[in-house]
Ligand binder design. Sequence first.
Ligand code: PEP
Ligand code: MG
Length: 882
Amino acid sequence: MGKKWVYRFEEGGEALRDLLGGKGAGLGEMCRAGIPVPPGFVITTEACNAYYEAGRRLPEGLWEQVLDALREVEERTGKRFGDPDRPLLVSVRSGAKFSMPGMMDTVLNLGMNDAVAEGLGRLTGDARFAYDAYRRFLQMFGRIVLDVPGEAFDRILEAYRQRGPGLRQDTDLTAEELREICEQFKEVIREHTGQHAPQDPFEQLRLAIAAVFDSWMGRRAVEYRRVHRIPDTLGTAVTVQTMVFGNLGPHSATGVAFTRNPVTGEKQLYGEYLPQAQGEDVVAGIRTPKPIAELAEEMPEVYRELVQVAERLERHYRDMQDMEFTIEEGRLWMLQTRAGKRTGAAAVRIAVDMVQEGLIDKRTAVLRVDPEQLAQLLHPTVDEAAREAAHRDGRFLARGLPASPGAQSGRVVFDPDEAERRAARGERVILVRPETSPEDFHGMVAAQAVLTARGGMTSHAAVVARGIGKPCVVGAEALVIDREAQEMRVNGRVVRAGEWITVDGSTGEVFLGELPTREPTLTGEFATFMQWVDEFRKLGVRANADTPEDARRARQFGAEGIGLCRTEHMFFTGDRIYAMREMIMATTPEERRAALAKIEPLQRQDFVEIFRAMDGYPVVIRTLDPPLHEFLPLDEEAIRETAQRIGVSVEALRQKVAALREFNPMMGFRGCRLGILYPEITEMQARAIFEAAAICQAEGVHVEPEVMIPLVADPNELRVQAEIVHRVAQEVMARTGQRIPYRVGTMIEVPRAALLADRIAEVAEFFSFGTNDLTQFTFGMSRDDAGRFLPRYLEHKLLREDPFQVLDQDGVGQLVRIGTERGRAARPDLEVGICGEHGGEPQSVRFCHAVGLDYVSCSPYRVPVARLAAAQAALGELTRDV
Ligand code: PEP
Ligand code: MG
């Protein structure tokens, strides 16, 4: 016998998921569990791949196997394909291994033709039903298999709905009207294809199978797979199944149900149904479906059976199920079951509840939740009832990309300075911009949330907002922002500056007015879940935190220390920037010391508070890193103001600004080079650190400072900087009489440092991979300019992922591996971490686990995400399709 391309439902099941797709496997599983499923068969994913290999031709032997299987279905149902007296109709659906909702095609009511429609009308005594089924078949087959534009059909239907008193729904159309519609649909098909719609059911079936295979490579499907990282090589299966009719009179219906609430996770049957309808009506939103609870009153017996089936399926799969069902003249049929998609909140609650119900173990629970989904939970969310009400009342304004999670309300402000001013007065504002640039940063910090008309998920606004944990929606294309008029127009409405809006960065929605939100709860199920996560996790998780406030939040989110405190941010706030500028303008070490002396107490105080917040945990503090010009004023007015405040001439300051201008600042006078030329800076920072540590230790706080030198490329650079730190540490300890446990280490963020890691580790007591810079220097791509060309790389698949978001394991990853191995070879107890953006990205965390790093460090909001990713890495499994 040749290759087996076709499986009866009964022959399938979860074990054959690769071959039969999720839908096919689910139907097999249900059949074997004795759940009512209309008979049918599945064509394998291998057949799909063979179809493409043969240049889009059905593989040898497939058609004969389909005919055999069809014959069996005929025998079991007592119906016959194309027989007007007892017609068998089938659905032809796609079904890949991973669910790709709505991305591929489906044809229902296949087997219809003129004679069958006539016969079906006679048989059921319901001509209306028969012609409704026929027109649906023509419409779907025309659109999907024959490529006729859908609007051509919609226009005709719409014209009929407009007839008669008021606007009618399609259930109001009469049999005669539907018959006319069928004729017109056939005409549309002839016009567009030059041929009649096929009347031969076998011909229909062959074409439909090929069309479903074709839809695997359709644009939508390819794009969906790219985003969800599903390989193109999996192929789709095709399910051919006896039709049951939810539109066969008043005791028929079709619907979708979840075994638990997919929004909250609550244990209750959840879903909706439409009486007298076929499946696609629910999806297309033609009529508003009824909540499933009403079925309990309308058809109590069917409802009871559905509840039982739901319970059985959930127990069988040990996971929340999303089921499609049809009720045909009072009889329940299950058409599909699969693991249901759910919100982050629901995922956590269901996982915890199921452990407590004894359905799954903790390990499974931890693997069930997608780390990215956890991010949703850490921010306020729009109250669900309020969201629905806002949609109903027409307060929905626009939808953009959900760039940074969380929901916030505030008054519309179009200008970042204005945002800052109003926020300083205690007002809540939303910064609305066509797009944002680094100059808008202060406005973004001041705003409750950010909304832009343009830009993608990695636009400046998106990246910055995620970094500072602000809700953000980008690329809301419907917005037309008119700064002159201080208003925006959106879908025919005008929203003026000062009006309230609500931005939901978790869904991308924007609403008019102030919608109630719910605060994140880090207690209850979340706390229980995170406790289990930590039981499995081996990798440490620290936070990147620059301020005492960040440090406190990091602890709330479970950070076990600070992996990166960027001290430069402390130089920007308030008056400190002027002292910094004085320092830069100084011409002698004495002048520099005098200026630094003004900053030192402020810096010390920040460290005191950070150490207190991190009592008992290590704190990595990095010495000054950015190019100095970043601290100098740019425009004339600011130059004049600064010159006056710090007592230098405008001309001198202007010259300094010009002198510090660099061709390539990221490779210029920055990192440890600053401390090498101006050792006073390192000295001052070290003193602030150790004095703060001494103060805290005297209070009984357990401190563990780790001083980190940035951008080291050669052991000698580190040696001279480390000497300063050790000398100051000794001085402070001698003066205060305290022994402070501390370490001196370095960032590994240029390739040479990774290659020379053994020699660097002779000096460094710890490493932290600065993968932002390491990526930049390994690729030779400026992290600030990559936005110009990287999107094209991703679009054309020159790179699979943005290497500034997902660690490039092939290249940068090699350096991380080499650096770790060589470093530890020289110093076995070397502590190794990572503090680039990648430290909070699940795939990269998994890699860090595999390489054997001691910890990852990421923004406080990402800490729970990293904890979960680390636990899943330890459990050694991928999660997907949850
Ligand atoms: C890095 O380069 O990865 C890093 C954490 O430092 P920064 O982003 O401050 O350059
Ligand atoms: Mg860096």
